[in-house]
Design a protein around this ligand. Structure first.
Ligand SMILES: [Zn+2]
Length: 353
């Protein structure tokens, strides 16, 4: 069997004809295999959804209990047979419950990694290397300029700022699923014991993480009336809220933003971010390249992000590679629609404090 017989591109996304299943489809389909709960990968309205228990839980939090006709929870490492295709889920290290999906049939194994990272994350299972013939990789940060620093260093910068400005509220923009909770866990690891405040928009997902046993310490939802009293506090909110009137009600706020894009100085400036924190839930360039080599794949398909550079890198190493030019991904996790980093604007972000 050729890999393209096992898995093919359709307008709805990657499709396995023999199993009659799509991976992370962008339109409603009969049977969907979902890698993780970010809204560009996990959509409501499918006939049946196979995903990890955590991803199913996240989808229920976001879309309500009836988000699919039927659901089936798959444990990491468990093998599910779909009409002769063996399907298994393996940790992707991206957010709670995130999985790479392996399809095996006729001596061919394809691994669709969804989004993944190799950096440590106390809130989810670490990435598992799955040897395969074809590795399907994202390329969100698929340019050599993207090298993510140690997240501990970034969190230390945040806490240092809180010490230097004890009267100013620190408003940290972070994506509501995964990034926010990872940041909370890392702040706790760094020894910060005060309550961490959250915007109402991330309260339920944060509660879900805690219900799953992820230790985040005392988390409090911000009440509108108490905003002026939160000098010195750390407040985590969706990135868009940092620009809102909502954020201006806090005492002399320091605006921070936790994203891999904060590596790009122009991006931080453009967003009015005083304290850019380079914290990413995606692999940086070095980890993308290392992972491709470690899988032993002879062929690589690049799904979304900066596809061309990674394809070129593979080809120069004798690995067959092609961009899939998939549309509809990258609207939640961390992907920015513009690609002006390619126009030479990319430069390491300066420390803002
Ligand atoms: Zn994602």
């Amino acid at each position: 069997m050729r890999p393209s017989d096992l898995l093919t591109m359709t307008p709805s996304g990657l499709y396995c004809p023999q199993a009659d299943a799509h991976i992370d489809p962008v339109r409603p389909v009969r049977r969907a295999l979902i890698t993780h709960g970010h809204s560009d990968h996990a959509r409501a309205g499918h006939g049946a959804v196979l995903a990890t228990d955590e991803t199913l839980g996240i989808m229920a939090v976001r879309y309500g209990p009836d988000f699919a006709g039927a659901t089936q929870a798959v444990r990491y490492g468990e093998r599910v047979d779909l009409n002769g295709v063996t399907v298994s889920y393996h940790p992707a290290g991206h957010v709670l419950g995130s999985a790479q999906i392996a399809l095996q049939c006729g001596g061919v194994r394809i691994v669709a990694s969804g989004d993944y990272k190799r950096a440590r994350d106390p809130t989810c299972a670490p990435f598992e290397l799955v040897p395969c013939d074809v590795f399907i990789t994202e390329a969100t940060f698929g340019l050599p300029v993207f090298r993510h620093p140690d997240t501990r260093h970034e969190v230390d910068r945040l806490l240092a700022s809180v010490r230097v400005f004890p009267d100013r509220a620190h408003i940290v923009g972070a994506y509501a699923l995964g990034k926010a909770q990872r940041l909370m866990a890392l702040i706790r690891e760094a020894g910060y014991e005060e309550p961490i405040y959250v915007h109402g928009a991330m309260e339920r997902l944060t509660q879900f993480y805690q219900d799953q046993g992820v230790q985040l310490g005392e988390i409090r939802k911000v009440q509108a009336a108490e905003r002026p009293k939160l000098g010195g506090a750390i407040v985590i909110c969706p990135p868009s809220a940092t620009q809102d009137l909502w954020a201006r009600k806090f005492p002399d706020p320091v605006t921070a933003f936790a994203s891999g894009w904060m590596r790009v100085r122009a991006r931080a400036r453009q967003k009015g971010v005083e304290l850019p924190l380079v914290v990413s839930d995606h692999s940086d360039w070095d980890d993308l390249c290392a992972t491709i080599l470690q899988t032993g794949a002879g062929e690589v398909w690049v799904t979304h992000g900066q596809e061309d550079a990674l394809v070129h890198w593979c080809v120069t190493r004798g690995i067959r590679a092609q961009p899939l030019h998939m549309l509809g991904y990258g609207d939640e996790g961390e992907v920015e629609p513009e690609t002006n980093v390619l126009a030479g604007e990319a430069a390491p972000a300066e420390a803002a404090t």
